[in-house]
Design a binder for this molecule. Structure first.
Ligand code: ZN
Length: 196
């Protein structure tokens, strides 16, 4: 059996972590909210500029100077606009037209400020973090297959990813994490409902 490839993990003081499991930078950005589907546990991993800088470095983005808290506000706004469009798609539904229009404005803003680094194929580069992430979102929507978008099957996780397996069989953000946890919960539920 082939050993599972270990992905780098960004660990937080509260025991939580971030993992680049989205298969795309724009989805890894969306996944900077942990336990999105469980309001009692939801954690935003980009509360300020320092946290954004740490995450950006983790996913390999270039940071040229100190990241301001206002930049984190901008990135969180972009993140939630991406989520509002990509989440329904991951469930096989159409996003709301107003949500698409709001995201479109942010994407066009990023494109408007981008430099052309290659003409054909067209490649763009942006200087600021929000614009780099807006370009990533543009590329996600433009180049990837909506039928490959998935939401982790665990009922509290909410992380999104592109299923790049050949037979479209991936259901967990990480089988070592949500997969195992869910299996353990099912096992526990079965055991506790058994007559004593
Ligand atoms: Zn998960």
């Amino acid at each position: 059996m082939k050993a599972q490839q270990r992905r780098p993990v960004l660990r937080y003081d509260d025991g939580g972590w971030a993992e680049a499991i989205g298969g795309h930078l724009a989805l890894d950005l969306v996944n900077t909210v942990s336990w999105r589907l469980d309001p009692d546990r939801t954690v935003d991993r980009l509360p300020d500029g320092a946290a954004l800088a740490r995450w950006a470095e983790f996913v390999g983005l270039e940071i040229r100077s100190r990241v301001a808290d206002e930049t984190a506000v901008e990135v969180r706004r972009l993140r939630e606009r991406i989520y509002r469009v990509v989440h329904p798609l991951a469930l096989g539904a159409d996003p709301d037209g107003a949500d698409v229009a709001r995201l479109r404005r942010l994407l066009l803003g990023g494109l408007g400020r981008a430099e052309v680094t290659s003409v054909m194929p067209l490649e763009l580069a942006a200087a600021s973090l929000p614009d780099q992430l807006a370009l990533a979102a543009w590329q996600l929507l433009e180049r990837e297959d909506a039928h490959r978008l998935r939401q982790c099957r665990a009922n509290d996780c909410g992380w999104l990813f592109l299923d790049r397996t050949k037979n479209a069989s991936r259901v967990w953000c990480s089988s070592a994490d949500c997969g195992n946890r869910t299996r353990a919960q099912r096992h526990y539920a079965r055991r506790t409902t058994e007559p004593r």
